[in-house]
Design a protein around this ligand. Structure first.
Ligand code: UDP
Length: 343
C-alpha cells in the first residue's frame, strides 16, 4: 500500500516509517516540523535505502491537505501528527483542541473525498482516565482524561466511532499507546524532545549523557512495591510493528473500527527504570526524590490480549533492551538531531 504518515518525522512516526518500508509498503510523509527536525528525513532515507517523499506542511491546512490527496495516490493514512505535551496542554488548551481536532477533520474530509477510507489513529492510554481497573481493557467506558491533551484523544476517538458507525466503508484502527521509549537499534533515529524533557526515559538519558545533573523522582510514597509509580513502558520498535500489524488487519476486516492497546502488559517502576538504565549505560543516574507530580496515577498497564490475539502482535523487547537502545541513540547523538547537518 501507499501510506501517508502524518507526523512521520516525529518520534513514533519515524520508527513506523522504517517498518512500513521494510514490510513492503510505500510511504509518503507529511510533517510541519513543529516538534521534529528536518534532519530525520535524511536519516530515514539512509536507513531505508529509499528516498521518502516529504510534504512540509501542517495537516490542519485543509487546502494543502486536499492538494496532497489530489496529487499523490494514497491508499491509507497513519495519523500521528499532533500536539502531545500533557503539561503544555493545560497552559494552552485552545491550541491543543484546535490543532489535534482540526488536523483529524482535515484528513478525514480529504480522505473521504478521494475514496481513501483506511486510517490508523494514534490514541493513548490516557483515555482510560483515573477510574479504570488495571490492567486496562479496550472495552472500558466511559472514556475520560485528566488533561486537555488527553481529552483531544477522547474526543477524536468519539468522532472516529461516530463516523465509522454511519459510514461503514471506513476501516479504522485506533491504537492506545502506553509509555513509548527506546530507539532504533542502529542509534540513528530516536526521541529528541525540545527543551527539558517531560518524560522519564529521555530525562534519564540526558542525565546519563551529562546534559542534566540529576533526575527528580516524583514521589516514592505510592502504594506500589517500591513506592514509585509503575508504567507499561513499550519499545518504540514494538509500537511501530503494532502499526504495521494493525494496518494489515483493518484492510482485511469487516469491522469499520476497532481499538487495540499497544503495551507489554507489565508494569515497571521508576526506580526499576533507573536501575535498568544504569546497567545499560554503565553510568550512575543521580536522583532526588521530590514530591508527587500533579495528575500522576500510581500504577497502570495494558491488557494486551486483544492485540496479541487479533493482530498476532506481541511486544518482544525487555526494559533492558529499551534502555540499551535509548542509550545507544543518546550517546551517539548527545544533542539529538542538532548534532547532524540538516539535509
Ligand atoms: N517521572 C519522574 N521524573 C521525571 C519524569 C517522570 O519521576 O522527571 C515519573 C512520573 O512521575 C511517572 C513516570 O515517571 O510516574 C512516567 O512519567 P512519564 O512522564 O514518562 O509518563 P506518563 O505515564 O506520565 O505519561
Amino acid at each position: 500500500m501507499r501510506v501517508l504518515v502524518s507526523g512521520g518525522a516525529g518520534y513514533i512516526g519515524s520508527h513506523t516509517v522504517v517498518q512500513l518500508i521494510a514490510a513492503g509498503h510505500e510511504v509518503v510523509v507529511v510533517d510541519n516540523f513543529g516538534n521534529a527536525k528536518p534532519a530525520v528525513m535524511g536519516r530515514l532515507d539512509t536507513l531505508t535505502g529509499t528516498h521518502i517523499p516529504m510534504h512540509a506542511f501542517d495537516v490542519t491546512d485543509k487546502d494543502k491537505t486536499e492538494h496532497l490527496f489530489a496529487t499523490e495516490r494514497i491508499d491509507a493514512v497513519i495519523h500521528f501528527a499532533g500536539l502531545k505535551a500533557v503539561g503544555e496542554s493545560v497552559q494552552i488548551p485552545l491550541d491543543y483542541y484546535q490543532n489535534n481536532l482540526e488536523s483529524t477533520f482535515s484528513l478525514l474530509r480529504a480522505m473521504r473525498r478521494h475514496g481513501c477510507h483506511t486510517l490508523v489513529f494514534s490514541s493513548s492510554a490516557t483515555v482510560y482516565g483515573d477510574q479504570a481497573p488495571v490492567p486496562y481493557q479496550e472495552d472500558y467506558e466511559p472514556l475520560g482524561a485528566a488533561s486537555p491533551y488527553g481529552r483531544t484523544k477522547v474526543m477524536i476517538e468519539h468522532v472516529l466511532r461516530d463516523v465509522a458507525h454511519i459510514e461503514t466503508d471506513w476501516r479504522i484502527g485506533v491504537l492506545r499507546y502506553f509509555n513509548p521509549v527506546g530507539a532504533h537499534v542502529s542509534g540513528t533515529i530516536g526521541e529528541d524532545p525540545q527543551g527539558i524533557p517531560n518524560n522519564l526515559m529521555p530525562f534519564i538519558a540526558q542525565v546519563a549523557v551529562g546534559r542534566r545533573e540529576k533526575l527528580q523522582i516524583f514521589g516514592d510514597d505510592y502504594p506500589t512495591p517500591d513506592g514509585t509509580c509503575q508504567r507499561d513502558y513499550i519499545h518504540v520498535e514494538d509500537l511501530a510493528a503494532g502499526h504495521v500489524a494493525a494496518l494489515n488487519r483493518i484492510v482485511n476486516s469487516d469491522d469499520p473500527i476497532r481499538t487495540w492497546n499497544l503495551g507489554t502488559g507489565t508494569g515497571t517502576s521508576v526506580l526499576e527504570v533507573v536501575k535498568a538504565f544504569e546497567r545499560a549505560s554503565g553510568q550512575p543516574i543521580p536522583y532526588d526524590v521530590v514530591g508527587r507530580r500533579a495528575g500522576d496515577l500510581p500504577a497502570f498497564w495494558a491488557d494486551a490480549t486483544r492485540a496479541n490475539e487479533e493482530l498476532g502482535w506481541h511486544a518482544t523487547h525487555t526494559i533492558d533492551d529499551m534502555c540499551a537502545d535509548t542509550w545507544r541513540w543518546q550517546s551517539q547523538n548527545p544533542q539529538g538531531y542538532d548534532d547532524s547537518v540538516e539535509e
